[in-house]
Design a protein around this ligand. Structure first.
Ligand code: ADP
Ligand code: 5GP
Length: 224
């Protein structure tokens, strides 16, 4: 058997609010092995269906500022409603070095900070099929007040222009297609030569044991 060995990927996923980032990330985590979400810390209020430690670590602004002082974040930013959102760096390196990939679902400001610090990170931008559809999805999701939806919608116009700073863009029209595309990008990236640390080839003895070659085999014997 020939086996490749590589570190996990650090995958950054961004896109305007309502584009479908959470939905796509959940499907990726369900459907792929050795991959997990980074859980961000935020000072915003939890929504009624959100779970502490699963969706976010919910803290007060003071607690967040204390964590900034303690240098606990890979990146952090003020996103919607002047609230803090940040990626804890604890155990991130350890997880990636062990071969597990980590997805960061973060905004563009955070993505650019990660890009400065971690050159080999993979950047994917999720785009809605149209602004009309984006608005409909935000309204249908029914997690924000009308004012907040409007604010997120306005922010989306600026965010969409930033897609060129990413490595890949995926339009989330049909959900299954978008999930398939993100999965394919991750699989392809993991096969890149510059990401693979080592290729393990079996020893000659193992090939002999498996009956693939005989004892007297020399490279010159290969005939097709
Ligand atoms: P984001 O995390 O980017 O803010 P969500 O994943 O919360 O976006 O998706 C916003 C809303 O749109 C949710 O109600 C979700 O169920 C819905 N949604 C996501 N992707 C699709 C899709 N491809 N087609 C239709 N609805 C979608
Ligand atoms: P929401 O309030 O809808 O959960 O998230 C709002 C925005 O914050 C989304 O664009 C999301 O990508 C971003 N976000 C979530 N966690 C982080 C984080 O740790 N850092 C940064 N920079 N943005 C984040």
């Amino acid at each position: 058997m020939i086996k490749e060995k590589s570190k996990g990927l650090l995958i950054v996923i961004s896109g305007p609010s309502g584009a479908g980032k959470d939905t796509i990330c959940n499907k990726i985590i369900e459907g792929m092995k050795n991959i997990k979400m980074s859980i961000s810390m935020t000072s915003r209020e939890p929504r009624k269906n959100e779970v502490e430690g699963k969706d976010y670590y919910f803290v007060t602004k003071q607690e967040f500022e204390r964590a900034i002082k303690n240098d606990e974040f890979l990146e952090y930013a003020t996103v919607h409603d002047n609230q803090y959102y940040g990626t804890p760096k604890l155990k991130l390196d350890e997880t990636i070095n062990s071969g597990t990939s980590v997805i960061l679902n973060i905004d563009i400001q955070g993505a650019l900070k990660v890009k400065e610090k971690i050159k080999e990170a993979l950047f994917i931008f999720i785009m809605p099929p149209s602004m009309e559809v984006l608005k409909e999805r935000l309204i249908k999701r029914d997690t924000e007040t009308k004012d907040k939806i409007l604010e997120r919608f306005k922010t989306a116009y600026n965010e969409i222009n930033e897609y060129k700073k990413y490595n890949y863009i995926v339009v989330n029209d049909k959900l299954e297609d978008a999930v398939e595309k993100v999965k394919s990008i991750i699989i392809a990236e993991k096969c890149r030569v510059d990401r693979i640390e080592d290729i393990y080839l079996n020893t000659k003895e193992e090939f002999i044991h498996e009956g693939l070659i005989d004892k007297e085999f020399k490279n010159d014997d290969i005939v097709i």
